[in-house]
Design a protein around this ligand. Sequence first.
Ligand SMILES: [Ca+2]
Ligand SMILES: [Ca+2]
Ligand SMILES: [Ca+2]
Length: 330
Amino acid sequence: MSRIVWTLAVASASAPAVADVVYWISGQDAEGTYRIYQFDDNGVYTGVAVEQIPAAQTGGYRDGMTDREGRLYFGWGNGVARHYFNGQGGQQIISGPAPGGVGTWRGLAFDPAGDRARGSIWTQSFGSGLAQTTLSGDLLRVFPNSGASVNGLAYDSTDHNLWAHAAGGEIVKIDTRSGQIIPGAGWLSGFANLAGQAGLSGLHDGTGRIAAVAQGTPDEWILYDDSGAVAGGPWCLDCQTGARGHHGVAAVPDDLCATLLCGDANCDGEFNGGDIDDFFRAIGDPNGWQATHRGCPLLCVADINSDNRVNGGDIDPFFYALGVGSCPPP
Ligand SMILES: [Ca+2]
Ligand SMILES: [Ca+2]
Ligand SMILES: [Ca+2]
């Protein structure tokens, strides 16, 4: 009898954890280098970390957000950077402070409906106004401060409003049509589960999960569902990464490429000669290509040699793959 129990226990313990979302959290390592660290949705650091871009090494990323292609964005005092969903390919896409008197790109949320569905950014820094900008950083609108001192912002795809992680640790909901706090929404006690004050939050658009980071001793992070119940954590950050000063978070599904076909550069579900023109455009003008292929992450279809980049090194593998009908295994 005891042997059966033992066997069942082993089987249960060895069952693979299904992690369908990964979280990237910013921080500064012991040598002073700012990085983003990858976690699974059981709160465990995966061991994968990527350096923040050079322009952000003076102070480090604040809050993060994720667009429809799973690209990760992080803001800081002097701009916004974007990385591919796997953390690679970081580049500065906005230079200078946030407009509308906001200053630091502190709280950051991606609004897929904004800027005529091109996608937009909501940002606020502590007691500043709440600004909406294009993905190039141009001001679309700004609301006066709502009364919340905001550290983190997250977009709620169910009602198109914003969750705001306020400096006292509480969560409030802000109406994106008025810029005002929605009475009775949010929850003020949930964040008592975090040891630290303040911290930043991020919601992966569409997952219904809110990930919040709190600066404290140690820094921690936690997952809530969209009713405010704890869905996981709190988990210690410093003890896992060895870093400190964890600020922001961006969440992304880990199966972004699952329904896409490598080589299908025009994203029509087939890999054939019709993909040649789009493949070369993906190499020559990746941002322009991505803007016209929404929801089809560039790396999934055009990184033929699986080196996390889309460039001239993919050309020969592309034509070889076209000849045999499929990409080489990663
Ligand atoms: Ca955010
Ligand atoms: Ca195709
Ligand atoms: Ca490549």
